[in-house]
Design a protein around this ligand. Structure first.
Ligand SMILES: C[S@@+](CC[C@H](N)C(=O)[O-])C[C@H]1O[C@@H](n2cnc3c(N)ncnc32)[C@H](O)[C@@H]1O
Length: 296
């Protein structure tokens, strides 16, 4: 079996997520199945793993054929409907849900997917290849305001207008990753944020994460755990606020007696970073933050 992606924070996820080896678990971002394989190793013959990935190729290339896993080629924003429609009606019966956000090494390292500044290819960046909106579409068709909005929100650029203007003036000549790299001729940090903003918009990543978190809260059974690995501050902020308050707006709500109405245990809300050793052997782990919580 060829592995395309080295799983990040693997032992930490397994240690904190799996507290009942006979339980039902969900891996919302199957990728190359690194976390999924370890979950399967840990759970018993009675346990189950439901896995999702919106990328058709991730599923085809890394498929695990065994009775305890059900793989869905679907976006995790539909998690509730899919679990509800499944013949065992899995809602409120799930012991743990994990998500390892963003793209896999397989996706970044496949030049024709257009995710990486390292290869010259059409600016695609779709995780789900059945969708029509690519990064190139955005660069060719978005208005000045729309471009400003994504570079400000998803790239956290303070002056997005400079970037948007340059794109509008040169959009006829932009087709490939290297066209964009050459147009801006800036350092890696700038380019990574530019590519990140486009990728988030192409895959509607923040909205998908919001929808997923809200549903995950309801799907988990009492005492169930939720583990999310994020790779940038936009995602991590959202996860942190959600774990603290139980809602995606991050607003603390109290009952009449002043008790916090968050459905999550405060004392189980943990933040975990990769060790130096892991970062040394897997550069992708560098920006990873794992947050774990438990439903009351
Ligand atoms: C970081 S990789 C996961 C790697 C995996 N944990 C492993 O060990 O191989 C993220 C994967 O999640 C998928 N993905 C990202 N957002 C998704 C979404 N909203 N719904 C379903 N899959 C998603 C990507 O296609 C990618 O394959």
């Amino acid at each position: 079996m060829k592995y395309f992606h080295k799983p990040v924070l693997l032992s930490e996820v397994i240690e904190h997520l799996i507290y009942d080896i006979h339980g039902i678990y969900v891996d919302s971002t199957f990728g190359s199945g690194g976390h999924a394989r370890s979950i399967l190793k840990k759970i018993s013959n009675k346990g189950k793993l439901i896995a999702f990935d919106q990328d058709q190729f991730s599923i085809i290339k890394n498929k695990i054929c065994e009775k305890r896993i059900i793989l869905f080629n679907a976006n995790f924003r539909k998690i509730k409907k899919i679990l509800k429609d499944s013949k065992n009606n899995l809602l409120n019966n799930v012991s743990g849900i994990m998500a390892d956000l963003g793209v896999s090494s397989y996706q970044i390292d496949t030049p024709q997917r257009g995710f990486s500044i390292r290869f010259n290819n059409i600016l695609d960046m779709r995780m789900d290849l059945s969708k029509t909106k690519s990064a190139l579409n955005i660069l060719k068709t978005y208005s000045f305001e729309e471009l400003n909005n994504i570079f400000y929100k998803y790239g956290e650029f303070k002056n997005p207008q400079i970037i948007s203007r340059k794109i509008l003036l040169n959009r006829k000549f932009i087709n490939t990753t290297f066209d964009l790299v050459k147009l801006f001729n800036k350092n890696i940090k700038f380019l990574s944020r530019l590519f990140q903003a486009l990728r988030i918009e192409v895959n509607d990543e923040i909205n998908a994460l919001k929808k997923f978190l809200k549903q995950a809260r309801n799907i988990l059974k009492q005492g169930g755990r939720l583990a999310i690995i994020s790779y940038h501050s936009l995602e991590d902020r959202l996860v942190k606020n959600f774990f603290k308050t139980g809602n995606i707006h991050g607003i603390l709500r109290y009952d009449k007696k002043g008790n916090n109405l968050s459905p999550f245990h405060k004392r189980y809300t943990k933040r975990i970073f990769p060790t130096k050793q892991e970062i040394y052997t897997n550069n992708r782990a560098k920006s990873a933050i794992l947050r774990i919580t438990q439903k009351i």
